[in-house]
Design a protein around this ligand. Structure first.
Ligand SMILES: [Zn+2]
Ligand SMILES: [Zn+2]
Length: 265
């Protein structure tokens, strides 16, 4: 089955409309297309995410499109929901106005011990500022806090673990930390154990390839191997922010199992 469940559109920070993405999926021979607008609870970062006001309109728009394309392309309405302690939970209860078909649970921000919010993936500069201002310039502490937040997120009822090592985004060539260091390997192992226990699916996310940050997916090859060893299942995901990117680098991961979220026994 050719499918992508991680798709952003003009409803959040994507470039193209849902219709333009659906047309691209048809042209590329997709069987299934899932939309996953960024979704945050009220209070923060709303310029690139669904607002509480927009959420039901988004759902109605995607459902109408699904009805229109029925029989030609299966369209699902999902959300990419953040875990940010005290502000956002990746759960069905939190997103009841959307009544999503599935939820991708992602961590883009870390609540620090001091109660601040560290940005993970906005830009190298914002990441550096987070490490400097909230972690005393200790990159290891920042990375470990990221993986800890991913493990915490697993307590909520979502389906797909989104980019579980997003913290690598700006780390091409080991610019900020060594991904073979024992402490980093341990952080991956602890997280792989927690994911395996949760029974959740992990996405193999090619979004850093399409945007030129990395030449590999999230999770990294080493992290994927750990997850596979523990019996974790994967979906292939583009994290597309444009209609043309919905199958970016999929040929490199063609051995990956593709499952329809919510229909997994
Ligand atoms: Zn994300
Ligand atoms: Zn995304």
């Amino acid at each position: 089955m050719k499918a992508n469940f991680h798709t952003h559109t003009t409803w959040c920070d994507g470039k193209d409309t849902p219709r333009a993405v659906a047309e691209s999926a048809m042209a590329k021979g997709f069987d299934c297309l899932g939309f996953s607008s960024h979704a945050m609870l009220p209070g923060r970062f709303l310029d690139w995410a669904l607002t509480p006001e927009k959420a039901p309109l988004y759902a109605a728009d995607i459902r109408a499109l699904a009805a229109e394309y029925a029989g030609r392309l299966r369209i699902l309405c999902g959300v990419e929901a953040d875990w940010l302690e005290g502000e956002a939970e990746p759960s069905y209860a939190a997103y009841s106005p959307v009544a999503p078909d599935y939820i991708i649970g992602s961590v883009h921000f870390i609540r620090t011990a001091g109660g601040n919010v560290a940005e993970v993936d906005k830009s190298p500069e914002s990441m550096e500022a987070s490490v400097r201002d909230f972690f005393g310039s200790d990159v290891r502490a920042f990375v470990e806090a990221y993986f800890k937040a991913v493990r915490e997120s697993l307590a909520f009822d979502f389906d797909i673990v989104g980019h579980p090592d997003l913290v690598r985004k700006f780390n091409a060539g080991g610019r900020y930390f060594d991904e073979t260091a024992p402490w980093y390997v341990k952080a991956m192992e602890n997280t792989a154990d927690a994911i395996a226990s949760s029974g959740k699916i992990v996405e193999i996310n090619t979004g850093a390839i399409s945007r030129g940050w990395l030449d590999d997916a999230y999770p990294s090859a080493a992290f994927r191997a750990m997850l596979r060893e523990r019996g974790v299942r994967f979906v292939l995901s583009a994290d597309a922010h444009s209609a043309s990117a919905i199958d970016c680098a999929f040929d490199r991961f063609s051995g990956c199992e593709t499952l329809v979220p919510g229909e997994i026994a």
